[in-house]
Design a protein around this ligand. Structure first.
Ligand code: SF4
Length: 400
């Protein structure tokens, strides 16, 4: 199995906390699509014979394009004649239907491809949703971040709380059930009660998937500037821990599984795309700044839209590449697998990589078990709720 990620590098304007590669100017929207098509053709063999089970349009804001334009790109990446990628479109592609083509159940044995589109809530008009019904997208990830207008203003989001709720309802009304919403917690000024209200709204909407992230202060963002100039209160670790604990508790009460530290879903509704990343499954990343992984090396495209377009015009793709050592692969596996509900099979991975270290590492893991940060079952280690608060520190102690 393999995945394809497509990075759309445009946003209507920049959110205060964001350090993703995206541009507020949309002057290059048309040339970018042309360049993207060239990259798709150039990289037709990157995944070899792997079967593609997920395509994810992220960004940036993919919904700056009309659904028809995105569908054209989707069709070109999954059509063997265009991209040489081995996969199959969902049943009756392109036919208007109130039922999306694939409910993307996830889980082992799933054969239905997952086609995800990230949407900004203010783009989800009735007309836009109507056009989505003519595409193959069967999963939607909405950048809600908060259902509180004060939070949204603080974050400089382009939509209101009402637009976020309307967006979910419009998608549901059109028959799209596989909807994920992104939320941010630990926003300065947003105390426990506001976070509880946010979660209540999220659960009341009946979406099967929620991704929730602690607000982080990235370098060179307006948020960092605001905090350093004391125009905003700093992010409080205490509030973030408190809100993360509430998130775990409330999601459990509402029948969600925390299948990864920041990702919660109803049983069987976890995202195939991200789960592939965590399982070390190869993926092809297209677009400026997109990362790819083929099992042996990782590469990342240039984070410069003009250079990306100019060079692809000449048939050249600019990227950097790193061949991964066995130790790097081991460390990445520990870091990502520990964050998931499937846990980290230390015995197996150490056997594969460097079995001589097994005793030292397993002694450290046993120590974390004693401290109540990990549990162990048949050589597989899992973070406890307490351990999830220290996930990075625990993982780094188990690194080679
Ligand atoms: S919409 Fe997303 S990618 Fe664009 S600026 Fe905001 S957070 Fe960043």
């Amino acid at each position: 199995m393999a995945g394809i990620y497509i990075h759309i590098p445009f946003c209507r304007h920049k959110c205060h906390y964001c350090n993703f590669f995206s541009l507020a100017s949309q002057k290059q929207k048309v040339p970018f699509l042309e360049a993207l098509k060239k990259e798709i053709a150039l990289r037709r063999n990157y995944l070899g014979e792997e079967q593609v089970n997920t395509v994810y349009f992220g960004g940036g804001t993919p919904s700056v394009y009309r659904p028809g334009e995105l569908q054209e790109v989707l069709a070109s990446v999954i059509s063997p004649s265009h991209a040489g990628v081995n996969t199959s479109p969902p049943a009756s592609p392109g036919t208007k239907s109130t039922s999306p083509p694939a409910p993307s159940p996830g889980g082992e044995g799933s054969v239905l491809p997952e086609y995800t589109l990230e949407l900004n809530p203010d783009d989800v008009t009735e007309e836009y949703v109507e056009e989505l019904r003519d595409t193959w997208f069967n999963r939607f990830s909405l950048g809600v971040q908060s259902f509180d207008d004060d939070d949204l203003a603080f974050l400089n989001r382009s939509h209101s709380a009402e637009q976020a709720i309307l967006a979910v309802k419009r998608l549901q009304k059109a028959g799209f059930e596989n909807i994920s919403i992104d939320l941010i917690y630990g926003i300065p000024g947003a105390e426990k009660i506001r976070w509880l209200r946010n979660l209540e709204t999220a659960f009341s909407l009946g979406v099967p998937h929620i991704s929730a992230y602690a607000l982080t202060v990235e370098p060179k963002t307006p948020l960092e500037w605001m905090i350093s100039r004391q125009k905003s209160a700093p992010v409080s670790d205490e509030s973030q821990v408190e809100q993360f604990k509430i998130l775990m508790e409330k999601s459990r009460e509402n029948g969600f599984q925390q299948y990864e530290i920041s990702n919660f879903s109803k049983p069987g509704m976890h995202a195939i795309h991200n789960t592939n990343y965590w399982n070390g499954i190869p993926y092809l990343g297209l677009g400026p700044s997109a990362h790819s992984y083929n099992g042996a090396s990782r590469r990342w495209n240039i984070s410069n839209l003009s250079k990306y377009i100019e060079n692809l015009d000449k048939g050249v793709l600019l990227y950097e590449e790193e061949v991964l050592t066995n130790i790097q692969k081991y460390n990445e596996y520990v870091m990502t697998s520990l964050r998931t509900m499937w846990g980290c099979n230390l015995e197996k991975i150490l056997d594969e990589v460097r079995s001589a270290e097994y005793e030292v590492i397993s002694k450290r893991a046993a120590c974390f078990v004693q401290q109540g940060l990990l549990t162990e079952h048949a050589g597989v280690y899992f973070l406890t709720d307490e351990g999830k608060l220290f996930a990075d520190a625990v993982a780094s102690e188990l690194f080679l």
